[in-house]
Design a protein around this ligand. Sequence first.
Ligand code: FEO
Ligand code: CA
Ligand code: CA
Length: 635
Amino acid sequence: MKDIDHTDISADDWDELNFPRSEDNEFDAVVERAISRRGFLGGVLAFGSGAAVMGTGLLGSSSAQAQSAAMGNRFAFTPIDIATDFDVHVPDGYEWKVLTRWGDPLFSDANGYDVSEGGPVEGSDRVFGENTDGMESFIYRGKQLIAVNHEYTNRKINMPAANEGTPADAGDVTRLQNLQGVTVMEVAEGEDGWSVVIDSPFNRRIHHNSEMAIAGPAAGHDLLKTDADPTGTLSLGTMNNCGSGKTPWGTYLTCEENFNGYFGSTNADASYDEMVQAGFERYGIGTDGWGYDYHKWDPRFDTSKNPNEPHRAGWVVEIDPTQPDSTPVKHTGLGRFKHENAEVVLAADGRVVVYMGDDERGEFLYKFVSNGTYTPGGSTEGLLDDGTLYAAVFNDDQTGIWKALTPETTGMASLAEVLSFARKAGSAVGATTMDRPEWIATNPHAVEGYCCLTNNRNRGVKPNAGGDDTSVNGPNPRETNHYGQIVRWRPHDDDHASDTFDWDLYVMAGNPTVYNNAYGGSDNITPGNMFNSPDGMAFDSTGLLWIQTDGDDGNEEDFAGMGNNQMLVGDPVTGEIARFLTGPKGSEVTGLTWSADRRTMFVGIQHPGGSWPDGNGLPRSAIITVKRSDNGLVG
Ligand code: FEO
Ligand code: CA
Ligand code: CA
């Protein structure tokens, strides 16, 4: 293990340090592609004062959107300046308030839970978990429910007494396992704003040891069998829950991202069969366990003892928030990779389409299309498992194609292998390497999708973990891309099930005060709205696109003038982007949903710095509510 603490750097950086990929430098290819790229840019895309990069040109707008755009700026606020302090800021006429922080009780028997020393093991599965991420809103029998992810733990913060954040015993591991996963909770609005309904029958914690079923084509395959579960159909826990999704039938999807970090080996010399070893290398599963050290205390996470356990993570998990006793289901039909979120939309004929990104440098964008169709009130059996998984190929002429991942197209032995090693399948069909696909959102007023490509310092520098070339390409046009961009695609025939699409870039983040080339950003980036590393993203019901960032908040050099991480709103028609919220220094703004009456936004503040929000020396991730002071609509 390198002498760097995972709690001090991003998960992706930790992964890169501990499981470095090939160092091959393809300098010649980079130059060649850069030259041809210039020609392409001259024809379609441009930067600075040239033609618009944004799809206002290539991808036309729906008439409803064009009409609203013609009426002027659609933003109901005055954009705010950057911030560099340890607080949250919103525009004049808006107010924010903390809803709940990690360690806050969900049940009255956890009322005494004290986070000051990291919190006891007992009760750690009865409180709100740490590092809030994706979340979705549900209404059931008049109750406002929220399901929300807890992506990872800051070990130095929630177990400070334990050897600088290193687990000292199995209890420490259990505490870490309990503080991650998912919370389902009922919230209600009273005189003093929103609060969690303590002891609501809907309140529930799902964590690294919760029972869940495995469904779909890979369920029961040898790759998923362990000594504890010889059937390969029952799993414990959901790991590194990052982005989210919501099905038309009212269930929550939680997406397992950097699951590899929880696995390690007590025997560094252990050998594995060829397919397992290749999978470990592609997915970054090593011996160290990222400092969580689960493998030293819990043999389930020790790959020398349970080499198939990592195959049971890296999936999308479905949870019914309205049924507290229901068993979550891992849907293998949606593929295994480092899932960001799962954006569900219906195709023209009612088939279920799920867009998904794999957040690692040079990995792919995926789409699942179900065989069956959804009908309200009808059976949903198989709608997230029986179908076809595709990976995206973006052509430089701004067209694209979804390549089916099957044994026939990939040369892999079975559909279970294709899905369990979806990255290898994507490589086999020549999917386009992307600049770390984060959240995907689909426009409720137009048949189009958007994906945040957050950044990629390896673009044009070295291949991805599978050895695929990562020279600059159409939607990823900048080498050592440290700003990120948002790619947009419009399926042909206005049908999300279509195999083909057109694409453009909605925005390229950049710094026009430092660069007057591509790194200055696209035309809709100005000194007044600069940001870097777009990550979280969601459309509101009016068709505005909310963008959250997880980038460099040093506010100097290439990032000067960008300030803390933030939330902006974009108009998909005009390309305008305005800053709405800034987070505390050190934090990432991630997770966004709305109350049923659309008068409240719930926004997640992950890994804040300083002492936010309490000012007592202990930073605590939290969900905040944001409302208009006049209680008007906010989305
Ligand atoms: Fe958990 Fe890719 O963000
Ligand atoms: Ca993210
Ligand atoms: Ca991120």
